[in-house]
Design a binder for this molecule. Structure first.
Ligand code: SF4
Ligand code: SF4
Length: 77
């Protein structure tokens, strides 16, 4: 059966580091950058484990600023 693999792209310059997406991810795959900040001085979100993302879009739905784009790819077994 084909598996779906997801990947997220964060608009780091728009992100304000509110962490809503971090808590929304059912697999805990998102985290704020350790030290890096964007031009506005906010720590932004990064996906630290790309292998387990299912592309469920929970993170993108909760982001109030539309910073997250989710891509889904079908993997044939
Ligand atoms: S798409 Fe789903 S699994 Fe992937 S990072 Fe966002 S909330 Fe997590
Ligand atoms: S919900 Fe949006 S603004 Fe908030 S930390 Fe996540 S990507 Fe950044």
């Amino acid at each position: 059966m084909a598996k779906i693999k997801g990947a997220v792209q964060v608009n780091t310059e728009r992100c304000k580091g509110c962490s809503l997406c971090v808590v929304a991810c059912p697999f805990n795959l998102l985290a704020l950058a350790d030290k890096a900040v964007n031009r506005r001085g906010y720590r932004y979100v990064e996906q630290h484990d790309t292998d387990r993302c299912t592309g469920c879009t929970s993170c993108a739905i909760v982001c109030p600023d539309g910073c997250i784009t989710v891509y889904r790819k079908k993997i044939e077994n």
